[in-house]
Design a protein around this ligand. Sequence first.
Ligand code: XBP
Ligand code: MG
Length: 254
Amino acid sequence: MPLEALLFDVDGTLADTERDGHRVAFNQAFAEAGLDWEWSVDLYGELLSVTGGKERIRHYLDAYRPDVTLPANADEFIRGLHQAKTRFYTEGLAGGTIPLRPGVRRLLDEARDQGLRLAIATTTTPENVTALLENTLGQDGPSWFEVIAAGDVVPAKKPAPDIYFYALEKMGLAPQRCLAFEDSGNGIRSSLGANLATLITVNGYTRDHDFSGAALVLDQLGEPDQPFAVLAGDSGGARYVDVGLLRRIHEAAA
Ligand code: XBP
Ligand code: MG
C-alpha cells in the first residue's frame, strides 16, 4: 500500500522538550505551590518511564517520596499542580527557547508539498502541542496537522497503542498506509502496538531504550549539511531523511 500519512510524536521527536521544557515547568509549579520537590536532569530521566504529567507526579510520590502525605483530595491536588505546570510550560515556549529538531521543518514542508497527510499522536496536553507548533512553525502551524491526538483524549497513555488507534480512526486510515515517528521505548511500543511502521530519532534520554521492531533508528532526521547517524537498520546510503527515504522504508516494512 502506498504511503499516505505521517504520524508524529511530539516530545523528544519534533523538539527536545523534556529536559529544558517539561522538567523545568514541573519544578516551577512545585516551587509556586511551596513544595520542596525538585526534579534533577537525572531523576527526570527515570521519571520519563511513566508518560503523562499527572501520572508522572503520582509515580514520583509513590516511588520516591514515601514521606509525603497528600491531602484527602489527592487527584484534585495533582490536577491543580499539573495545570500550573502547563501554564509554565506554554509560557516558556512563548519565550521561543525550544526549537524543532534538525530536519523536522524541512521534512514537514516536503511532506506537505507531496500531499502526504499529517497527524500528531502524543501523551502531552493539547495546549502544549498548540504552543509548540505555533511558536516554531508559526500561527498556522497546528492547521498543518489534520488530527492532533493528545493527552487525556484516550484513557490509556503510551505505551498503550490507544492514541494511535484514535488518530488512525479519525483519519479513516489503515496503519499500513502510514509511518510513525517516535523517540522513546514507550513511544515505539505504542506505535508498533497499532501496527505502524516506525522511524526512531533518539535523544539524550532515550538513546539506550529498546527499539526492536523499528524500521530505522537514527540520531536525528538530519539536514543536507548535517547528516544523520544510523543506529540500527539500513538507510540505503541516504544521509538525511526526505520523503523518498520514507517511502522506501515504508515499503520495506510492509
Ligand atoms: C510525553 C510525555 C508527557 C510530557 C509531559 O511522551 O510523557 O508526559 O512529558 O506532558 P510522548 P504533560 O513523547 O511519548 O508522548 O505534562 O502535558 O502530560
Ligand atoms: Mg516522545
